[in-house]
Design a protein around this ligand. Structure first.
Ligand code: ZN
Ligand code: ZN
Ligand code: FE
Length: 745
């Protein structure tokens, strides 16, 4: 029998996820000798033994790695036989630049959950239980390499028992950096009316509060949540009022998949997302209507418990569906430091459930949907960040700063694109602070010197992110917003050369000509760049930013182009006074801009169907319109013809208005509008005759529109999956386009 030696190098997320003990056990089971080592760029394995056993060993590594590991690359090479007699885990090599990937945070695993609930276990009811396959990572790491001294667990030296587990290669807590137990680790308590209730009683008390309709602030992995009973309307409305959150949907945490199935229609794909290690909030069609949770929305967002503390709350009898929403007021970033949380949430929460372990950085819950184009991330945060979402053919380090709304940033190191967690709206002071912190954080984590960076930013001269880019050292590349949307899809798919028709529909982005774009068609590829070939017919946008908040104000800029129109202040439209004021602005041509925004076209349609008040969160009118359309059987689209290079909205709106005046069923009118938008896209697709169509931009968060496009385009269409179609994906697209603008290309 042949005996040989092989060297195996594995790259990806292979540190801090139980990879070495897993390989160690595999080697022992296969009767192999050699060693494994955490190196700078992954793990290195030297293995000796029979050829078949080595082959099986390599196959097993690839086929069944630990659940949280992500193998990006596995290379096997011949090595010199050295005659090892056993397999060992060698000490880590710690020199040079840490390009090892940081693992995202992980939900508590099944084995830890069993111990957590086992009265005989020494970690019974201890909410900081974890192992190499579960627990916090990104949210406790202060610096790399990932060792306990450089995490927020540094303050708690291990007891003898934890120490023994930590050093035993056969233990599932071998080198689990946050390992702890009630004897040595952090504690937690419930703070209510200035009193602190210690550990054991705190869960029971917290559950009591939730059951009696109180609002609880709960410290989680990446920040505080505000929790209350989702079926207690009084509690839900009190939370809305205290949080200054009028109508934006609340996410729910449910005790089990069974409860989720009662609340939403859970397809097998949606269920797979729900139970995935990322544990995102999953948007799915609502089956139950819960007062005040997601008004005028066809979907509900549900997630499963992911920290041991969440499980303890449900075990102790917490309501099986809890509102679990980021602890903040309105659109501020989520609170994650104890003093700040106590401060900012004092008027909102009735009590605080606080653990002692600090949170190193703010990370929100992620949001995802199993859409017609596969699973798609809509908010990229906990569980996903800071995973590399794409690789780019570039050696130059690139920092892309994203857009101002739903900001995220992307750092490209050695061709790996790391997309940050969702940061938020940079017009908000605290979000802008978080934006700067995240830049420093990512650059420090990957030891990139700011001077070496190529900085990519939006073309918009008035974006805060642009202003910040321009004060940073290094070279700069401005990337047009809608091209970045299209590029984000191609970057995810590593499609550098493919010529595509890119469709980019959103609310607002700065165009090449200085007008406000948002309904754009491009031809080109990542390598060659994108040429604008068509767009929505330009409409007027009166009054600047306010037009995005008042659908009737947006409507005025479209309706003024119709040759014949009724008085929209009369029934059935009943537009408020603001409409007249906007007409006056338009007539005098004061503060009037030009826009090709499809987002505003959706607002106009929503206004014509009755959404005539101010919106209370971005995208609300379009979501309302989708909600109304969802009740309709399939209908014929309104006409939305392509005239030259412009999709003409006038016949569309005229037909819609005629139907409203004729009293057609509202649901059908909304559905015919959605069908028209899909048909308009098909007009351009057919006119250009390209094989592949890329769709991206905030408008494509609309599930109904996506279903229509899936039917019309089939597999010819590519959409975002790993980064959001909204502006959360802009930074990846900027990085991709910048990498082809880089001198080393
Ligand atoms: Zn575990
Ligand atoms: Zn201990
Ligand atoms: Fe956008």
């Amino acid at each position: 029998m042949a005996i040989e030696a092989k060297h195996v190098r594995v790259r990806g997320i292979v540190q801090g996820v139980g990879f070495r003990p897993f390989v160690y056990r595999l080697a022992r089971d296969g009767g192999l000798a050699g060693w494994i080592l955490n190196a700078e760029s992954g793990v290195e394995i030297h293995v000796e033994g029979q050829t078949e056993a080595i082959d099986g060993f390599v196959r097993s590594i690839e086929a069944q790695p630990p659940p949280a590991a992500r193998i990006a690359e596995l290379a096997v090479a011949r090595a010199d036989f050295q005659g090892f007699t056993q397999f060992v885990i060698r000490e880590s090599a710690k020199q040079g630049v840490p390009t090892v990937r940081v693992s995202p945070d992980l939900p508590v695993c099944a084995a830890c959950l069993r111990e957590l609930l086992d009265p005989a276990d020494r970690r019974y009811n201890y909410p900081y239980i974890n192992c190499t396959e579960c627990g916090p990572r990104f949210t406790i790491i202060r610096e790399l390499p990932y060792d306990r001294e450089r995490t927020t667990m540094a303050a708690w030296p291990m007891c003898g028992e934890c120490f023994a587990e930590y050093h035993d290669p056969l233990d599932r807590r071998f080198h689990a950096q946050p390992v702890a137990c009630p004897a040595c680790g952090p504690q937690y308590h419930l703070q209510i009316d200035g009193r602190a209730i210690r550990a054991a009683d705190s869960i029971a008390q917290a559950v009591q509060l939730l059951r009696s309709g109180k609002i609880l602030a709960v410290k989680g992995l990446g920040g505080y949540h505000l929790a209350c009973d989702a079926r207690n309307a009084a509690a839900v409305f009190a939370l809305r009022e205290r949080k200054f959150r009028k109508e934006r949907p609340f996410a729910l945490m449910v005790s089990s998949v069974e409860v989720a199935k009662k609340l939403v229609e859970l397809s097998p794909q949606a269920e797979a997302l729900l139970v995935s290690v990322q544990r995102p909030i999953v948007l799915a069609p609502a089956r139950a209507s819960l007062d005040g949770i997601a008004p005028d929305n066809r979907e509900l967002g549900v997630m499963l418990p992911y920290t041991p503390l969440h499980h303890l709350l449900f075990q102790a009898g917490a309501p099986d569906a809890l509102v679990m929403t980021s602890a903040n007021r309105s659109s501020e970033p989520i609170a994650y430091q104890d003093s700040d949380a106590l401060n900012r949430l004092s008027g909102i929460a009735d009590a605080f459930l606080i653990g002692e372990r600090e949170i190193a950085r703010r990370v929100d819950d992620s949001v995802a949907r199993a859409g017609p184009f596969g699973p798609a991330v809509l908010r990229h945060a906990r569980g996903y960040a800071p995973e590399a979402v794409a690789s780019l053919p570039v050696t130059q380090p690139i920092l892309a700063l994203g857009a101002d709304l739903k900001n995220s940033i992307t750092l490209v190191v050695e061709g790996q694109a790391f997309v940050s967690q969702h940061i938020g709206d940079l017009n908000h002071f605290q979000a802008f602070e978080a934006f700067k912190e995240t830049i420093n954080d990512l650059c420090a984590m990957y030891e990139v010197r700011p001077d070496d960076l190529l900085i990519a930013h939006d073309l918009h001269p008035e974006y805060s992110s642009t202003a910040h880019a321009l004060v940073m050292p290094g070279r700069h590349v401005a990337v047009q917003h809608h091209r970045a949307h299209v590029a984000s899809v191609l970057a995810e798919r590593r499609e550098w050369e493919s010529p595509v028709l890119g469709v980019s529909f959103d609310g607002t982005g700065f165009g090449d000509d200085g007008t406000i774009w948002g309904g754009e068609f491009f031809c080109g590829s990542l390598r060659e760049g994108f040429t604008r070939v068509a767009s929505l017919r330009p409409a007027q946008l009166a009054g600047g930013d306010a037009a995005a908040r008042f659908p009737v104000q947006a409507a005025a800029g479209f309706l003024c182009q119709l040759s014949q129109a009724p008085d929209f202040c009369e029934p059935p439209f009943c537009f408020p006074q603001r409409y007249r004021q906007t007409q006056a602005l338009l007539a005098r041509n004061v503060r009037v801009f030009q826009t090709t925004s499809v987002g505003r076209l959706f607002d106009a349609a929503a206004a014509l169907l009755g959404f005539t008040r101010e919106i209370s969160f971005e995208g609300q009118a379009a979501m309302w319109l989708e909600h109304i359309a969802a009740g309709s059987a399939p209908v014929a689209p309104y006409p939305f013809p392509l005239h030259g290079t412009e999709l003409d909205f006038r016949p569309l709106l005229e037909a819609l208005i005629a139907d409203r005046l004729a009293g057609r069923n509202m649901s059908e009118v909304a559905a015919a509008f959605h069908a028209a938008v899909a048909a308009g896209i098909m007009e351009v697709v057919n006119a250009r005759g390209l094989d592949i169509v890329v769709i991206s931009g905030g408008v494509f968060q609309n599930a109904l529109l996506m279903e229509l496009l899936r039917k019309a385009l089939g597999p010819r269409a590519w959409a975002n999956q790993r980064v959001p179609a909204n502006d959360g994906g802009i930074s990846l697209g900027q990085a991709a386009l910048a990498s082809f603008a880089s001198p080393d290309k």
